[in-house]
Design a protein around this ligand. Structure first.
Ligand code: ADP
Ligand code: MG
Length: 475
């Protein structure tokens, strides 16, 4: 059989697969494509510069052994780095590039002689010719500064964001923590900073990630035994944007790893941007040392937009969608939806949809109907705190008692009811419900939900509790 790039590489892979962890093999070797074999040099295509660095740092020895076995002492390995797009939905970590994206166009070659032991090769910054190789930023280009309208409610946060974008890592706003209630623009502003930096400094590696996804990746990395790969990946980012850090509450393992990544980035003058639904002082179950880091930079609040800002947000949205709407209707919507920009936009979208699908004219009456629906719907979105309060009131105890460790039957039942309603009425995960209701784990919450289900079908008195509380919660 003729020796081809493919056959040589397959033999190398067989050897490597036998000698490293299956997960590592899957992550770092399966995505590689053998491209060509010329004389004794095998060219392989890797998905990114980071990928190449990782191989060089961790697997150069085994690559060398494998290739020498196939091609002899004069074997050489050439990496071809595939350029990546900036936008996309790919997971930034341990994700394979789909084969349709694997065309070697727009690639840059790095020639690495395997028997050259020069340590410089491990330093990514001294390899000539590699530039503009990007990690997927996970940014939404629509969430730009341009589309983020300024008002008194957001002026500080917006200006701080602009300052950070102009000089990432070079201002005292590091980290920049943007906090504020639901739907007030935290995610939008966080993206805008990233989008602007990418625009001004295309060579910078920017990464947006939700704290939830970050946590998930971390948990996976622990399961797959590649926690270090996870940490290294995050340590090479220039601008790290983590959304909704309140999600890290109670997750001490993730907080710990984030603390290390944060320190590394901060010490190296890299920019960190965080968002949270609470001010640092109000964050619960976040370790003190991490909280104190959050306070190093600037915490900027997004407040409820005032009427003028709400009107301009609506008008901007209509303008961008190419829709015209009478001023009095815009004013009406802006006047009645006050606390959440997402709902403001939602109401205007419904209004447009109603009028165009049903060919109804947009009137104040129609606006009234829709706004009412919105306002009602939002009332139904209850918080776990509220549920605990309602349940404790119902049983005439205070929330601390409900959360306490006691095994007294009526208190246990109250706690289980609170967990049951939290599961039913909020989008929170079992784990997050548990951590908010007396620091229990997800299994306890699951057990509570089952118990409530069982008891309400077997115990009349208990069913009455469920019905009563249900009523109280749904007004
Ligand atoms: P949060 O992350 O705080 O819950 P988002 O960033 O998701 O809120 O914002 C909700 C919606 O409101 C998004 O569609 C966003 O574009 C819009 N929005 C919020 N603030 C503004 C603003 N100042 N100008 C324009 N749109 C805004
Ligand atoms: Mg958000």
């Amino acid at each position: 059989m003729a020796t081809t790039a493919q056959s040589v590489w397959n033999n190398c892979l067989n050897f490597i697969e036998d000698n490293i962890q299956p997960q590592a093999y899957k992550t770092w070797f399966e995505p590689i494509i053998a491209v060509k074999l010329q004389e004794n040099a095998l060219s392989i295509q890797v998905p990114s510069k980071f990928f190449y660095e990782w191989l060089e740092e961790h697997y150069v020895k085994i690559l060398k052994v494998a290739l020498t076995k196939e091609l002899g002492e004069t074997a050489k390995l050439v990496y071809i780095i595939k350029m990546e797009n900036t936008y996309g939905n790919k997971q930034p970590f341990t994700e394979k590039i789909p084969s349709s994206n694997r065309s070697p166009v727009k690639s840059q070659e790095v020639d690495i002689p395997l028997n050259n032991k020069s340590p410089e090769l491990k330093n990514p910054f001294v390899i000539p010719g590699i530039r503009n190789v990007k990690i997927e930023s996970q940014l939404n280009p629509n969430y730009s500064f341009e589309n983020f309208l300024e008002g008194d409610s957001n002026r500080l946060a917006r200006s701080a964001g602009l300052a950070v974008a102009a000089k990432p890592g070079g201002t005292s706003f590091n980290p920049l923590l943007i906090f504020g209630g639901v739907g007030l623009g935290k995610t939008h502003l966080a993206h805008a900073i990233g989008v602007d930096i990418k625009d001004k400094y295309p060579e910078k590696t920017v990464l947006y990630i939700s704290a939830e996804k970050f946590t998930q990746q971390y948990i996976d990395s622990v399961k797959k035994n590649n926690r270090n790969d996870f940490i290294h990946f995050y340590q090479i980012i220039d601008v790290l944007i983590i959304d909704d850090v309140q999600f890290l509450s109670g997750k001490s393992g993730t907080q710990d790893v984030f603390f290390h990544i944060f320190n590394h980035l901060h010490q190296n003058g890299k920019q960190v941007v965080l968002t949270s639904d609470k001010a640092p002082v109000d964050m619960q179950d976040i370790e003190q040392r991490l909280l104190s880091r959050f306070k190093w930079g600037l915490s900027a609040e997004l407040q409820h937009p005032d009427f003028e800002t709400r009107v301009s947000i609506l008008k901007n949205k209509l303008y961008r969608d190419g829709v015209e709407m009478p001023d009095d209707i815009v004013d009406y919507v802006a006047k009645h939806i006050k606390t959440n920009v997402r709902e403001l936009e939602g109401a205007i979208i419904s209004l447009i949809a109603q009028s165009s699908f049903n060919r109804k004219e947009i009137t104040i009456d129609l606006a009234k109907q829709i706004v009412e629906k919105f306002v009602k719907n939002t009332k139904r979105e209850v918080s776990i705190d509220y549920i605990q309060k309602v349940v404790s009131d119902y049983f005439q105890m205070d929330v601390d008692t409900l959360q306490s460790k006691t095994r007294k039957r009526h208190i246990v039942q109250a706690r289980q009811l609170a967990m049951f309603f939290a599961k039913k009425m909020t989008k929170a995960s079992l784990a997050s419900i548990g951590s908010q209701i007396g620091k229990r784990d997800h299994a306890t919450v699951l057990h509570a939900c089952k118990t409530v289900d069982n008891l309400s079908s077997t115990d009349k008195q208990f069913r009455k509790y469920v019905e009563d509380i249900s009523k109280k919660l749904s007004v």
